[in-house]
Design a protein around this ligand. Structure first.
Ligand code: R5P
Length: 324
């Protein structure tokens, strides 16, 4: 007999966890998570979990370190309660951008976090659009890296734009942009439409963690509708600068699809004031209540639900991101 499945929510985004559980017809496992007066995390699992297949949903969004430590403490509690297996479901995996030693005397924090998660008791990790796919290699446990690309592709197709160009906001995102352009082409062919979806690249220079300059565009965007694709929008600088340059180079309009809306500081206001027509994001990170206007959320909760179900039943989950 398969062990029963139980889904738990950390305090990073309990509403998202609720939506995931609801998509499966499951109820969230009862657990209390609070803080001691000095700020230490206190966790108590309120149901019997012995022999259960447990999934802990916790995005490591701001407050990043609080959410990360809380996830580790929850997994420790489960592990010590004799569960069958723990899957850390991390819709947004923080620290993934610190994935290499690109200057002397800096850490590789993405690797450190991978070690900490496994040490805290994770048997598997389920996440989405890791900043770099190779971060999976930092783990010695299985990692399933979902992608929001199929959901974004449907969103873009619904805009019915002719003369589409997919643009990467930096050189590092070329593969992602090219793959998204191919996905859109396939969808257009399925609908009996013809027309290549080209791709372009913004040559971006990061002056500091919160300041970027878009230097030039590689590719032709004159008279085209441009869709920028990225994994993270943090300060918004890459999108705002990129969109401005794309418009300068003759793009008719520019929208963006970005998986993880960190939207730090005044990023949302910057986006509203920018030449971007719209920004589609997912719910891997909860948005502030006042965010709206140009920013629209495409939920990936059901996709996470389907992946959890596939893991639980030992079924393939590659069909969930086929062709990515
Ligand atoms: C960087 O390589 C990432 O893919 C994003 O482009 C970057 O994190 C976006 O940051 P910001 O919104 O601060 O420009």
């Amino acid at each position: 007999m398969d062990p029963d499945r139980l889904i738990f929510a950390g305090s990073g985004d309990p509403e998202f966890a609720y939506r995931v559980a609801e998509s499966l017809g499951d109820k969230l496992g009862r657990m209390s998570v609070s803080r001691f007066p000095d700020g230490e995390v206190s966790v108590k699992v309120e149901v019997n979990v012995r022999g259960r297949d447990c999934f802990v949903i916790q995005p490591t969004c701001p407050p990043v370190n609080e959410n990360l430590l809380e996830l580790m403490i929850i997994m420790d509690a489960l592990r010590r309660s004799s569960v069958y297996r723990v899957t850390a479901v991390i819709p947004y995996y923080a620290y993934a951008r610190q994935d290499r030693k690109d200057q002397p005397r800096v850490p590789i924090t993405a690797k450190l976090v991978a070690n900490l998660l496994a040490r805290a008791g994770a048997d598997r990790v389920l996440t989405m659009d890791l900043h770099a796919g190779q971060v999976q290699g930092f783990f010695d446990i299985p990692v399933d890296n979902l992608t929001a690309a199929p959901i974004f592709a449907k969103t873009v197709m619904a805009l019915s734009l002719d003369g589409l160009v997919v643009a990467s906001p930096d050189v590092g995102g070329v593969k992602k942009a090219r793959s998204f352009a191919r996905r859109l082409e396939r969808l257009r062919e399925e609908k009996g439409e013809v027309g290549r979806v080209d791709f372009a690249v913004v040559d971006k220079h990061r002056k500091s963690p919160d300041e970027v300059a878009a230097l030039s565009i590689i590719g032709d965007v004159e008279g085209k509708h441009v869709v920028m694709i990225d994994d993270i929008v943090s300060t918004g600088g890459s999108l705002v600068e990129g969109a401005a340059l794309l418009r300068e180079q003759g793009a008719v309009d520019v929208v963006a699809v970005v998986t993880h809306p960190i939207l730090a500081g005044d990023a949302a206001a910057k986006i509203e004031a920018s030449s971007l027509e719209g920004l589609f994001v997912t719910d891997t990170i909860p948005l502030h209540e006042d965010v709206g206007g140009k920013i629209e959320v495409c939920s990936v909760a059901a996709l996470f639900g389907a992946a959890i179900d596939a893991i639980y039943r030992n079924r393939s989950i590659s069909k969930l991101f086929d062709g990515s």
